[in-house]
Design a protein around this ligand. Structure first.
Ligand code: SF4
Ligand code: FES
Length: 251
C-alpha cells in the first residue's frame, strides 16, 4: 500500500511565477512611416527575464518586423544600448523585475544618432569620432619581447579599457544631442585609454585632437555619461583627466 507521502501531489520546486508586462516601443519604418510612433505589446515574462527577452518574445511571437540590434546577449558586445524608461541601458543587462512592472515599460532608440528603423540607429558618426582619436597603440620601436609596464602604470588607464563601445554615454550627452560634431564621451574614453598608457608615444597627438573646439572643452560635466555607462566606467573623471593633461601638457 502506498504511503500518504507518496500519494501527495508532486511539489514544483523553485517554480517561477509568470506575469504580464506592457512594453511601449517607439516604432519607425522609413519605408512606411513619416514619423515615429509608439506601439504597445503585452508579453508574459518571468522574473529572470530581461528587456532583451521581452523584445525577442515580441519579435518571435507577435511582430516579426520589430527591429533591434543584439549579439552576445550578455553585456559584452555593446550592440543593444537603448532608452528604457528614459534611461540609456543595455537591454540584455536590464532585468524586467528591476523596473516598475505595474506600469508600461517604454523602449526607444538611443538619441542623437540618425534613426534607421525602430530601435536601430546609424552608428557611423559615433565610430567616426572613435576612429579620429587613433584608438590603438602607437610606438616607434619593435621590441623583441613584450613592453614592460609597472602595475601603477597599468592602473592609470585600467578603467577605460573596459569600454564596449555601446554608445550609451555619448547618446545620453545633451551636448552631443545638440551638436553632432562633438567627439562625445566614448571617443574621449578611448583616447584616454592610450593617452595614459606608458607604452604609447602619441599622447600629444591625441591631446591636440581633443583640444579642438569640438573636443573635451564642450563637456559640461553633467555626469549623464557616467550614469549611463553599463560597464561602470567613471567617464566624467576620464574626461577631466584628459582636460588636465591638455592644460599641463603631460599625461
Ligand atoms: S564608456 Fe561606457 S557607456 Fe560609453 S561606450 Fe564605453 S561602455 Fe558604453
Ligand atoms: S547584446 Fe551584447 S551587450 Fe547586450
Amino acid at each position: 500500500m502506498a504511503t500518504a507521502e507518496a500519494e501527495a501531489p508532486a511539489q514544483e520546486v523553485g517554480a517561477v511565477q509568470a506575469f504580464t508586462v506592457t512594453l511601449i516601443v517607439r516604432r519607425f519604418d522609413p519605408e512606411k512611416d513619416a514619423e515615429p510612433y509608439w506601439e504597445d505589446f503585452d508579453v508574459e515574462m518571468y522574473s529572470t527575464d530581461r528587456v532583451l527577452d521581452a523584445l525577442h518574445k515580441i519579435k518571435w511571437d507577435q511582430d516579426g518586423t520589430l527591429s533591434f540590434r543584439r549579439s552576445c546577449a550578455h553585456g559584452i558586445c555593446g550592440s543593444d544600448a537603448m532608452r528604457i524608461n528614459g534611461r540609456n541601458r543595455l537591454a540584455c543587462k536590464t532585468l524586467i523585475k528591476d523596473l516598475d512592472v505595474t506600469k508600461p515599460i517604454y523602449v526607444e532608440a538611443i538619441k542623437g544618432l540618425p534613426l534607421e528603423k525602430d530601435l536601430i540607429v546609424d552608428m557611423e558618426p559615433f565610430f567616426e569620432s572613435y576612429r579620429a582619436v587613433q584608438p590603438f597603440l602607437i610606438a616607434s620601436d619593435k621590441p623583441e619581447k613584450e613592453r614592460i609596464q609597472t602595475i601603477e602604470d597599468r592602473a592609470r588607464f585600467d578603467d577605460t579599457t573596459k569600454c564596449i563601445l555601446c554608445a550609451a554615454c555619448t547618446s545620453s550627452c545633451p551636448v552631443f544631442w545638440t551638436d553632432g560634431q562633438y567627439f562625445g564621451p566614448a571617443a574621449i574614453v578611448n583616447a584616454h585609454r592610450f593617452i595614459f598608457d606608458s607604452r604609447d608615444e602619441a599622447a600629444q597627438v591625441r591631446l591636440d585632437i581633443l583640444n579642438d573646439k569640438e573636443g573635451v572643452w564642450r563637456c559640461r560635466t553633467t555626469f549623464n555619461c557616467s550614469e549611463a555607462c553599463p560597464r561602470g566606467i567613471e567617464v566624467t573623471k576620464a574626461i577631466a583627466e584628459v582636460k588636465q593633461a591638455i592644460l599641463t601638457g603631460r599625461p
